[in-house]
Design a protein around this ligand. Structure first.
Ligand SMILES: NC(=O)c1ccc[n+]([C@@H]2O[C@H](COP(=O)([O-])OP(=O)(O)OC[C@H]3O[C@@H](n4cnc5c(N)ncnc54)[C@H](O)[C@@H]3O)[C@@H](O)[C@H]2O)c1
Length: 277
Protein backbone atom coordinates (compact mmCIF):
# COMPACT_ATOMS: atom_id res chain seq x y z
CA UNK A 1 0.00 0.00 0.00
CA UNK A 2 1.27 3.46 -0.88
CA UNK A 3 0.92 5.66 2.22
CA UNK A 4 1.68 8.78 0.21
CA UNK A 5 -1.63 8.48 -1.60
CA UNK A 6 -4.28 10.89 -0.35
CA UNK A 7 -7.81 11.23 -1.63
CA UNK A 8 -7.74 13.94 -4.30
CA UNK A 9 -10.69 16.20 -3.57
CA UNK A 10 -11.51 19.36 -5.47
CA UNK A 11 -13.65 20.72 -2.65
CA UNK A 12 -16.52 21.05 -5.13
CA UNK A 13 -18.77 18.37 -3.60
CA UNK A 14 -22.09 19.93 -2.62
CA UNK A 15 -21.22 23.34 -4.06
CA UNK A 16 -23.78 25.17 -6.16
CA UNK A 17 -22.26 25.71 -9.60
CA UNK A 18 -24.08 27.96 -12.08
CA UNK A 19 -23.07 27.41 -15.70
CA UNK A 20 -24.46 29.72 -18.39
CA UNK A 21 -24.94 28.44 -21.92
CA UNK A 22 -24.78 24.93 -20.48
CA UNK A 23 -27.37 23.60 -22.92
CA UNK A 24 -24.72 22.91 -25.57
CA UNK A 25 -21.06 22.45 -26.43
CA UNK A 26 -18.43 23.69 -23.98
CA UNK A 27 -20.98 24.74 -21.35
CA UNK A 28 -22.51 21.26 -21.32
CA UNK A 29 -19.05 19.71 -20.98
CA UNK A 30 -18.31 22.02 -18.04
CA UNK A 31 -21.63 21.20 -16.35
CA UNK A 32 -20.97 17.46 -16.68
CA UNK A 33 -17.43 17.78 -15.30
CA UNK A 34 -18.49 19.90 -12.31
CA UNK A 35 -21.32 17.44 -11.58
CA UNK A 36 -18.79 14.59 -11.63
CA UNK A 37 -16.91 16.43 -8.86
CA UNK A 38 -20.12 16.42 -6.80
CA UNK A 39 -21.24 19.97 -7.66
CA UNK A 40 -24.96 20.78 -7.73
CA UNK A 41 -25.44 22.32 -11.15
CA UNK A 42 -27.73 25.18 -12.22
CA UNK A 43 -27.92 24.85 -16.01
CA UNK A 44 -28.81 28.24 -17.52
CA UNK A 45 -29.55 28.60 -21.22
CA UNK A 46 -31.74 30.52 -23.63
CA UNK A 47 -32.49 27.18 -25.23
CA UNK A 48 -34.79 25.38 -22.77
CA UNK A 49 -34.57 22.05 -24.58
CA UNK A 50 -30.76 22.08 -24.56
CA UNK A 51 -30.72 22.93 -20.86
CA UNK A 52 -33.12 20.09 -20.06
CA UNK A 53 -31.01 17.64 -22.09
CA UNK A 54 -27.90 18.59 -20.07
CA UNK A 55 -29.76 18.10 -16.79
CA UNK A 56 -31.00 14.70 -17.98
CA UNK A 57 -27.43 13.67 -18.87
CA UNK A 58 -26.16 14.73 -15.42
CA UNK A 59 -28.98 12.85 -13.66
CA UNK A 60 -28.40 9.66 -15.68
CA UNK A 61 -24.85 9.72 -14.31
CA UNK A 62 -26.12 10.10 -10.74
CA UNK A 63 -25.50 13.87 -10.40
CA UNK A 64 -27.72 16.71 -9.24
CA UNK A 65 -28.86 19.51 -11.56
CA UNK A 66 -31.75 21.78 -12.48
CA UNK A 67 -32.48 23.72 -15.68
CA UNK A 68 -33.41 27.40 -15.87
CA UNK A 69 -34.33 29.21 -19.07
CA UNK A 70 -32.43 32.49 -19.12
CA UNK A 71 -31.30 35.20 -21.52
CA UNK A 72 -27.99 36.24 -19.95
CA UNK A 73 -28.05 39.56 -21.81
CA UNK A 74 -31.30 40.59 -20.08
CA UNK A 75 -31.04 41.79 -16.48
CA UNK A 76 -34.61 40.81 -15.52
CA UNK A 77 -34.14 37.33 -16.96
CA UNK A 78 -30.85 36.87 -15.06
CA UNK A 79 -32.44 38.10 -11.80
CA UNK A 80 -35.32 35.68 -12.30
CA UNK A 81 -33.03 32.69 -13.01
CA UNK A 82 -30.84 33.61 -10.01
CA UNK A 83 -33.85 33.67 -7.67
CA UNK A 84 -35.13 30.35 -9.03
CA UNK A 85 -31.78 28.61 -8.80
CA UNK A 86 -31.19 29.88 -5.24
CA UNK A 87 -34.60 28.53 -4.22
CA UNK A 88 -34.00 25.16 -5.89
CA UNK A 89 -30.31 24.52 -5.19
CA UNK A 90 -29.06 27.19 -2.76
CA UNK A 91 -26.85 30.27 -3.10
CA UNK A 92 -24.21 30.26 -5.81
CA UNK A 93 -20.66 29.11 -4.96
CA UNK A 94 -19.25 28.89 -8.49
CA UNK A 95 -20.29 30.87 -11.58
CA UNK A 96 -19.06 29.84 -15.02
CA UNK A 97 -19.81 32.59 -17.54
CA UNK A 98 -19.91 30.73 -20.85
CA UNK A 99 -23.00 31.64 -22.91
CA UNK A 100 -21.78 33.22 -26.13
CA UNK A 101 -22.53 33.77 -29.80
CA UNK A 102 -20.36 34.03 -32.90
CA UNK A 103 -21.56 36.10 -35.85
CA UNK A 104 -19.80 36.96 -39.11
CA UNK A 105 -19.46 40.62 -40.10
CA UNK A 106 -16.76 42.80 -41.60
CA UNK A 107 -16.38 45.98 -39.53
CA UNK A 108 -16.96 48.37 -42.45
CA UNK A 109 -20.50 47.05 -42.98
CA UNK A 110 -21.38 45.78 -39.50
CA UNK A 111 -24.68 47.28 -38.30
CA UNK A 112 -25.00 48.83 -34.87
CA UNK A 113 -27.62 46.17 -34.05
CA UNK A 114 -25.17 43.36 -34.82
CA UNK A 115 -22.36 45.05 -32.86
CA UNK A 116 -24.67 45.53 -29.87
CA UNK A 117 -26.01 41.97 -30.08
CA UNK A 118 -22.55 40.38 -29.82
CA UNK A 119 -21.43 42.70 -27.03
CA UNK A 120 -24.68 42.25 -25.10
CA UNK A 121 -24.33 38.45 -24.89
CA UNK A 122 -20.53 37.99 -24.92
CA UNK A 123 -19.60 40.84 -22.57
CA UNK A 124 -22.58 42.56 -20.90
CA UNK A 125 -24.14 39.15 -20.12
CA UNK A 126 -20.93 38.12 -18.30
CA UNK A 127 -21.08 41.34 -16.24
CA UNK A 128 -24.79 40.89 -15.41
CA UNK A 129 -24.32 37.28 -14.28
CA UNK A 130 -21.18 38.11 -12.30
CA UNK A 131 -22.97 40.96 -10.52
CA UNK A 132 -26.12 38.96 -9.78
CA UNK A 133 -24.50 35.69 -8.70
CA UNK A 134 -21.61 37.54 -7.04
CA UNK A 135 -24.17 39.12 -4.70
CA UNK A 136 -25.30 35.61 -3.74
CA UNK A 137 -21.67 34.63 -3.03
CA UNK A 138 -21.28 37.63 -0.73
CA UNK A 139 -24.62 37.18 1.03
CA UNK A 140 -23.78 33.77 2.48
CA UNK A 141 -22.99 33.26 6.16
CA UNK A 142 -19.39 34.09 7.12
CA UNK A 143 -18.18 30.46 7.15
CA UNK A 144 -19.64 29.84 3.66
CA UNK A 145 -18.94 33.24 2.06
CA UNK A 146 -16.92 33.56 -1.11
CA UNK A 147 -16.76 31.70 -4.37
CA UNK A 148 -15.12 31.32 -7.73
CA UNK A 149 -15.89 32.99 -11.04
CA UNK A 150 -14.60 31.40 -14.24
CA UNK A 151 -15.19 33.28 -17.49
CA UNK A 152 -14.94 31.49 -20.84
CA UNK A 153 -13.27 34.03 -23.11
CA UNK A 154 -11.32 32.84 -26.18
CA UNK A 155 -7.91 32.96 -27.81
CA UNK A 156 -9.75 35.70 -29.76
CA UNK A 157 -9.30 37.92 -26.68
CA UNK A 158 -5.65 38.28 -27.67
CA UNK A 159 -5.67 37.32 -31.37
CA UNK A 160 -7.66 39.07 -34.10
CA UNK A 161 -10.58 37.15 -35.60
CA UNK A 162 -11.01 39.11 -38.83
CA UNK A 163 -14.54 39.35 -40.24
CA UNK A 164 -16.06 38.23 -36.95
CA UNK A 165 -17.60 41.57 -36.06
CA UNK A 166 -17.34 42.43 -32.41
CA UNK A 167 -16.41 38.93 -31.18
CA UNK A 168 -12.73 39.56 -30.40
CA UNK A 169 -13.50 42.97 -28.93
CA UNK A 170 -16.04 41.42 -26.56
CA UNK A 171 -13.67 38.61 -25.57
CA UNK A 172 -10.88 41.08 -24.84
CA UNK A 173 -13.38 42.89 -22.61
CA UNK A 174 -14.10 39.64 -20.74
CA UNK A 175 -10.42 39.29 -19.91
CA UNK A 176 -10.34 42.71 -18.25
CA UNK A 177 -13.73 42.21 -16.61
CA UNK A 178 -12.30 39.08 -14.98
CA UNK A 179 -9.27 40.98 -13.67
CA UNK A 180 -11.44 43.83 -12.35
CA UNK A 181 -13.64 41.37 -10.47
CA UNK A 182 -10.58 39.60 -9.02
CA UNK A 183 -9.39 42.86 -7.48
CA UNK A 184 -12.76 44.28 -6.41
CA UNK A 185 -14.12 41.06 -4.87
CA UNK A 186 -10.94 39.35 -3.68
CA UNK A 187 -11.43 40.78 -0.18
CA UNK A 188 -14.83 38.97 -0.10
CA UNK A 189 -13.14 35.61 -0.73
CA UNK A 190 -14.16 35.57 -4.40
CA UNK A 191 -11.63 34.58 -7.06
CA UNK A 192 -12.05 35.43 -10.75
CA UNK A 193 -10.16 33.81 -13.63
CA UNK A 194 -10.61 33.43 -17.39
CA UNK A 195 -10.14 30.44 -19.69
CA UNK A 196 -9.20 30.99 -23.33
CA UNK A 197 -10.30 28.03 -25.46
CA UNK A 198 -8.60 27.49 -28.80
CA UNK A 199 -10.31 25.56 -31.61
CA UNK A 200 -12.98 23.36 -30.01
CA UNK A 201 -15.51 21.19 -31.85
CA UNK A 202 -19.03 22.24 -30.73
CA UNK A 203 -22.32 23.14 -32.42
CA UNK A 204 -20.97 26.74 -32.65
CA UNK A 205 -17.95 25.69 -34.73
CA UNK A 206 -19.38 22.57 -36.44
CA UNK A 207 -20.01 24.35 -39.77
CA UNK A 208 -16.26 25.08 -40.14
CA UNK A 209 -15.42 21.38 -39.80
CA UNK A 210 -18.17 20.33 -42.22
CA UNK A 211 -16.02 21.81 -45.01
CA UNK A 212 -13.82 19.12 -46.60
CA UNK A 213 -10.21 19.09 -45.36
CA UNK A 214 -10.69 21.71 -42.64
CA UNK A 215 -10.24 19.33 -39.71
CA UNK A 216 -6.97 18.03 -41.19
CA UNK A 217 -5.60 21.48 -42.05
CA UNK A 218 -6.54 22.98 -38.70
CA UNK A 219 -5.17 19.98 -36.79
CA UNK A 220 -1.81 20.43 -38.52
CA UNK A 221 -1.62 23.95 -37.05
CA UNK A 222 -1.93 22.63 -33.49
CA UNK A 223 1.10 21.09 -31.73
CA UNK A 224 -1.24 18.61 -30.03
CA UNK A 225 -2.27 17.49 -33.54
CA UNK A 226 -6.00 17.62 -32.97
CA UNK A 227 -9.02 19.90 -32.53
CA UNK A 228 -10.09 20.29 -28.91
CA UNK A 229 -13.24 18.88 -27.31
CA UNK A 230 -15.42 20.42 -24.55
CA UNK A 231 -13.86 18.09 -21.95
CA UNK A 232 -10.47 19.78 -22.57
CA UNK A 233 -11.94 23.11 -21.47
CA UNK A 234 -14.00 21.56 -18.67
CA UNK A 235 -10.92 20.20 -16.90
CA UNK A 236 -9.34 23.67 -16.80
CA UNK A 237 -12.58 25.09 -15.43
CA UNK A 238 -12.81 22.42 -12.73
CA UNK A 239 -9.29 23.36 -11.60
CA UNK A 240 -10.03 27.11 -11.51
CA UNK A 241 -13.37 26.54 -9.73
CA UNK A 242 -11.85 24.20 -7.15
CA UNK A 243 -9.86 24.72 -3.97
CA UNK A 244 -6.79 23.43 -5.81
CA UNK A 245 -6.48 26.94 -7.30
CA UNK A 246 -7.22 28.72 -3.99
CA UNK A 247 -4.40 31.26 -4.49
CA UNK A 248 -4.95 31.91 -8.22
CA UNK A 249 -7.00 34.97 -9.16
CA UNK A 250 -7.04 37.54 -11.95
CA UNK A 251 -5.32 35.10 -14.33
CA UNK A 252 -6.09 33.65 -17.74
CA UNK A 253 -5.43 30.08 -18.82
CA UNK A 254 -5.16 29.32 -22.54
CA UNK A 255 -6.35 25.83 -23.46
CA UNK A 256 -5.53 25.43 -27.15
CA UNK A 257 -3.21 22.42 -27.57
CA UNK A 258 -0.39 24.92 -28.14
CA UNK A 259 -2.00 26.51 -31.22
CA UNK A 260 -1.22 30.12 -30.31
CA UNK A 261 2.50 29.28 -29.89
CA UNK A 262 2.74 27.86 -33.43
CA UNK A 263 3.51 31.00 -35.47
CA UNK A 264 7.05 30.06 -36.48
CA UNK A 265 5.98 26.46 -37.01
CA UNK A 266 3.49 27.47 -39.70
CA UNK A 267 5.97 28.82 -42.26
CA UNK A 268 8.57 27.00 -44.38
CA UNK A 269 12.07 27.24 -42.76
CA UNK A 270 14.57 25.21 -44.75
CA UNK A 271 16.82 23.18 -42.45
CA UNK A 272 14.50 23.56 -39.48
CA UNK A 273 11.59 21.38 -40.60
CA UNK A 274 10.27 17.95 -39.68
CA UNK A 275 9.40 16.29 -36.40
CA UNK A 276 11.75 16.54 -33.42
CA UNK A 277 13.47 13.16 -32.79
N1 LIG B 1 -16.18 26.42 -29.99
C1 LIG B 1 -15.03 27.08 -30.01
O1 LIG B 1 -14.12 26.78 -30.81
C2 LIG B 1 -14.79 28.21 -29.03
C3 LIG B 1 -13.51 28.77 -28.99
C4 LIG B 1 -13.25 29.81 -28.11
C5 LIG B 1 -14.25 30.26 -27.25
N2 LIG B 1 -15.50 29.70 -27.31
C6 LIG B 1 -16.50 30.24 -26.38
O2 LIG B 1 -17.02 29.18 -25.59
C7 LIG B 1 -18.37 29.51 -25.20
C8 LIG B 1 -19.27 28.35 -25.54
O3 LIG B 1 -19.27 28.17 -26.95
P1 LIG B 1 -19.69 26.81 -27.68
O4 LIG B 1 -18.71 26.57 -28.75
O5 LIG B 1 -19.96 25.75 -26.68
O6 LIG B 1 -21.05 27.30 -28.38
P2 LIG B 1 -22.50 26.63 -28.51
O7 LIG B 1 -23.21 27.45 -29.53
O8 LIG B 1 -22.38 25.16 -28.71
O9 LIG B 1 -23.14 26.87 -27.08
C9 LIG B 1 -23.48 28.16 -26.62
C10 LIG B 1 -24.69 28.07 -25.73
O10 LIG B 1 -24.98 29.40 -25.26
C11 LIG B 1 -26.38 29.59 -25.33
N3 LIG B 1 -26.69 31.02 -25.44
C12 LIG B 1 -26.43 31.85 -26.48
N4 LIG B 1 -26.89 33.08 -26.20
C13 LIG B 1 -27.42 33.03 -24.95
C14 LIG B 1 -28.04 33.98 -24.11
N5 LIG B 1 -28.24 35.26 -24.50
N6 LIG B 1 -28.46 33.58 -22.89
C15 LIG B 1 -28.28 32.30 -22.49
N7 LIG B 1 -27.72 31.35 -23.24
C16 LIG B 1 -27.29 31.71 -24.46
C17 LIG B 1 -26.82 28.82 -26.58
O11 LIG B 1 -28.23 28.54 -26.54
C18 LIG B 1 -25.95 27.58 -26.47
O12 LIG B 1 -26.59 26.56 -25.73
C19 LIG B 1 -18.72 30.81 -25.91
O13 LIG B 1 -18.53 31.90 -25.03
C20 LIG B 1 -17.71 30.85 -27.05
O14 LIG B 1 -17.46 32.17 -27.48
C21 LIG B 1 -15.78 28.69 -28.17
Amino acid sequence: MNNNTTKDTSGLAGRVCVVTGAGSGIGRGIALALAKEGGRIAVLDLNAEGAKATVAEIKVRGGEAAAFTCDTSDSASVANAAAQSAAALGLCDVLVNNAGILRPGALDVLTLDEWNKVLSVNLTGYFLCAQTFGRQMRSKSADQAGGALVHIASIAAEHVTAMAGAYSVAKAGVEMLSRQLAVEWGPHGIRSNAVHPGMILTPMSQAFYDQPGVTERRSQAVPAGRIGVPEDIAQAVVFLASDRSAYISGQSLTVDGGFTRMMLGLIPRAGYEGKAP
